[in-house]
Design a protein around this ligand. Structure first.
Ligand SMILES: [Ca+2]
Ligand SMILES: [Ca+2]
Length: 192
């Protein structure tokens, strides 16, 4: 084969591998997580332009929820880590108007509303942080003028996390392998 043909094949092979890698990243929508040493949990950002419910769905798909802010230290860590943009947090009164609850189910032990908030203008059931002043919360509609924000996702550290759906086929495969081995052993014993 001519060197030029070899070169072409090499380029094609590289191109193919690159596309595969890209495809995997696009399908998984992976979030880059960073660990907060104080809580031991991992935090990351969704894509921008999401409604609160869409951001929460992404959080669940990544093994967590929109962030639960338990105290001032966690609030300040979020500001220093993710900055001063508006972000969805896991606080909502969608179940009962005026009763604000964390979507994680944790009790509300700390609040950081901006002055005059929550004010339920129209129908506002979902909270953002960094409204007006750093960290301060405001209640907003789920779809903000047809646009939206990034959400902050919080999930347990890898050490305590349950297996993700992506790992399950592998684990099931291991289980099947063990079953097959047992069956083979039983078959051998019958033959004996
Ligand atoms: Ca409300
Ligand atoms: Ca409001």
């Amino acid at each position: 084969m001519k060197p030029l043909n070899l070169l072409k094949q090499g380029v094609l092979a590289l191109g193919g591998a690159g596309c595969l890698a890209l495809g995997t990243a696009e399908v998984s929508h992976a979030i880059s997580f960073v660990t907060n040493p104080a809580t031991g949990n991992q935090y990351g950002l969704t894509d921008p332009g999401l409604s609160w419910t869409a951001a929460q769905a992404v959080a669940v798909a990544n093994g967590g929820n929109l962030v639960t802010i338990n105290n001032l230290a966690e609030q300040n860590w979020l500001i220093s880590t993710f900055g001063n943009s508006l972000f969805w947090i896991g606080l909502t009164d969608q179940a009962t108007e005026g009763v604000w609850q964390w979507i994680s189910g944790e009790p509300v032990t700390y609040t950081n509303w901006a002055p005059g908030e929550p004010n339920q203008v129209g129908n506002e059931d979902y909270a953002v942080m960094n409204w007006g002043d750093l960290g301060r919360w405001n209640d907003l509609p789920n779809n903000v003028f047809g646009s939206g924000y990034r959400g902050i996702v919080e999930k347990p550290s890898a050490a305590t996390a349950v297996p993700t759906p992506a790992l399950l086929p592998g684990l099931m495969g291991m289980g099947l392998g063990i079953l097959r081995k047992r069956r083979n052993l039983q078959a051998e014993q019958v033959e004996e």
